[in-house]
Design a protein around this ligand. Structure first.
Ligand code: CA
Length: 228
């Protein structure tokens, strides 16, 4: 889960970023409207949390620009209390939800999860491919009924691959979605992470006589095997 937060108040940005990270989300933060629009236009995010009053370019203008450019990324607006007109305008411009300040980060996380369930039927809470089962809410992966003890990063990686079984993802795509920094794609950080996941799964898989569900595609990247 990768979230873009566009918010100029550092105090709010800090507690939201901390709450998201604790939840295992990858979070990128922009503190002004110009950078925010640029990142929202070019990055791949699962959801955008957008403040309305921003320096550079205001949130409603960003929202309008993104929707005009065809972006369908779910957007939650952060509004000040009593900004009823802004909320109505935001929803009519294509925002998916809004939350009035002040708010608890737990509520924002719950709204994001509800939103992602709502906006897309494919985003179910539980993904199941063959004997592998991934629960997005509990953030748990089981294989052949046994829990695989994964770190947050490992979970995010397997979740990303499992969204489209059989599809090959390049290292650049995986870095963009699962890491919050622009690493050089030639780094072996992904390979190391995949190796760790495979190792954790192998102790279960050997017992169950199954092959690792994550396949390397030489010179390209990785894919989650299509399992019957
Ligand atoms: Ca603001």
């Amino acid at each position: 889960m990768k979230v873009l937060l566009i918010e100029d108040e550092m105090k709010i940005a800090d507690f939201v970023c901390a709450g998201f990270k604790e939840q295992g989300f990858i979070v990128e933060h922009c503190a002004n409207g110009i950078d925010g629009f640029d990142r929202a236009s070019h990055g791949a995010f699962d959801v955008i949390v957008l403040d309305i009053m921003l320096p550079g370019r205001d949130g409603l203008s960003i929202l309008k620009g993104l929707r005009k450019a065809g972006s369908a990324t779910p957007i939650i607006l952060l509004t000040a209390r009593n900004e009823l007109d802004d909320r109505i305008e935001g929803l009519s411009l294509g925002a998916d939800d809004y939350l009035a300040k002040p708010f608890f980060v737990e509520e924002l996380i719950a709204r994001i999860q509800a939103l992602l369930r709502r906006v897309s039927g494919e985003r179910q809470n539980v993904l199941a491919v063959g004997d592998v089962r991934l629960d997005r809410i509990a953030r748990e992966v089981t294989w052949c009924g046994e829990t695989v003890d994964l770190t947050s990063r490992e979970f995010n990686l397997i979740e990303y691959l499992m969204r489209s079984p059989g599809r090959v993802f390049t290292r650049t795509q995986i870095l963009e979605h699962v890491w919050d920094y622009d690493f050089d794609p030639s780094t072996n950080i992904i390979d190391v992470c995949i190796q760790r996941i495979r190792k954790k799964m192998s102790s279960i898989g050997v017992a169950a006589g199954s092959e690792s569900p994550i396949e390397s595609v030489r010179g390209v990247g990785y894919r989650f095997r299509k399992l019957a």
